[in-house]
Design a protein around this ligand. Structure first.
Ligand SMILES: Nc1nc2c(c(=O)[nH]1)N[C@H]1C(S)=C(S)[C@@H](COP(=O)(O)O)O[C@H]1N2
Ligand SMILES: [Mo]
Length: 331
């Protein structure tokens, strides 16, 4: 009788799946490296243009010399919306820009910036389709000219229990959806990331992931005023590692909902499948609301670790945005 061998998926292998312990060790290595190279946190008062060079990190992939140069990060002059106040300091830009989850490039947070630095995010189009009256494919720069761009300071919480606070630049997703005239049958919004194995090393065979990355929200969540489409951070274009040129930010949900480098938005009648939920439904549910009292199967969610200082803070219900979203989830 043949032995029955069950081949484990990479996300089931302890060394490869995200754990708070791994994240903590990674963070320590990162601090040591930052100290050695002198690319200190003080260097974070970024002059756009120089930002690309700094944020690109020092982890150049082999052969990167032949690659085109990183696209410059142009300044964005957006007014800060005073409604969104923080209860904690902003995370230094250089820390946020070198500790990223972007599995298309690497499963190691400190390597993403270097591997993504030459990502071509222009020209870029965003297709909006499905249950809408006016389906449309927008050139991104045309779209940005139409949208009410502003800056917002938001808390951000990863399911792995790390957290940061950053100034995003973007526009409410609702402003975009209004232009395509959703039909009454539209109940969900599905979003899809880019798929380009030439640029994204972890999308190449033998990858075990069902690329491209896909996520979704209910229509009510999508039109909530907090739900932002983001094209900038720290007063300039998004650098590749943060999801250039356009990503979603849903600040009351765990970070995996906030899909990066979006190419397609589709309004649907049925709840769409989502990437991490397909891979591990017990661990990553569709809702993914930040709830301190609901532990992840492998760790508590009662507290979170700030990625710059290592400080632990109590996790806030809906990441501190309950007044704006609790009504979406009646008990
Ligand atoms: N396309 C895509 N989007 C993604 C991810 C990813 O791997 N691929 N990771 C998610 C997770 S788990 C987190 S925590 C955030 C991280 O965003 P940041 O690197 O800008 O902090 O992006 C989310 N969006
Ligand atoms: Mo995450």
């Amino acid at each position: 009788m043949a032995p029955s061998i069950r081949i484990r998926k990479p996300w089931e292998i302890p060394g490869l799946r995200p754990t708070p312990e791994a994240a903590f060790l990674d963070r320590r290595k990162f601090l040591v490296r930052m100290g050695r190279t002198g690319v200190g946190i003080a260097g974070a008062g970024l002059i756009p243009g120089v930002a690309g060079a700094i944020l690109g990190g020092c982890a150049q992939p082999p052969g990167a010399e032949d690659d085109p140069k990183p696209l410059p990060l142009r300044p964005i002059d957006a007014t800060r919306n005073p409604q969104f106040k923080l209860d904690r300091p902003l995370t230094p830009e250089a820390v946020a820009a070198n500790y990223n989850n972007f599995w298309e490039f690497s499963e190691i947070k400190e390597r993403v910036a270097g591997l993504a630095r030459n990502f071509r995010s222009r020209p870029w189009t965003v297709e909006v389709a499905g249950k809408v009256g006016k389906p449309q494919t927008f050139d991104l720069d045309d779209l940005l000219r139409l949208m009410p761009i502003e800056e917002r300071l938001y808390r951000f919480r990863c399911v792995e229990a790390w957290a940061m606070a950053v100034p995003w630049v973007g526009f409410p997703l609702k402003a975009l959806l209004d232009r395509v005239e959703p039909l009454s049958s539209a109940k969900f919004v599905r979003m899809v990331s880019f798929h380009d194995p030439k640029q994204a090393p972890n999308q190449r065979p033998p990858t075990h992931y069902p690329w491209p990355y896909f996520e979704g929200l209910t229509m009510e969540e999508a039109v909530n005023p907090l739900t932002l489409m983001v094209n900038g951070i720290y007063g300039h274009d998004l650098p590749p590692q943060h999801g250039a040129p356009l990503r979603l930010i849903v600040p009351w949900k765990y970070g995996f909902k906030s899909i990066k480098s979006v190419v397609r938005i589709e309004l649907t009648q049925k709840r769409p499948p989502t990437f991490w939920n397909e891979l591990s439904p017990r661990e990553y549910d569709f809702w993914a609301n930040v709830e301190p009292e609901v532990p992840h199967p492998r760790w508590s969610q009662a507290s979170e670790r700030m990625i710059d200082t290592g400080e632990r803070r109590p996790t806030l219900k809906y990441n501190g945005y309950a007044d704006l979203v609790a009504h979406l989830y009646p008990a």
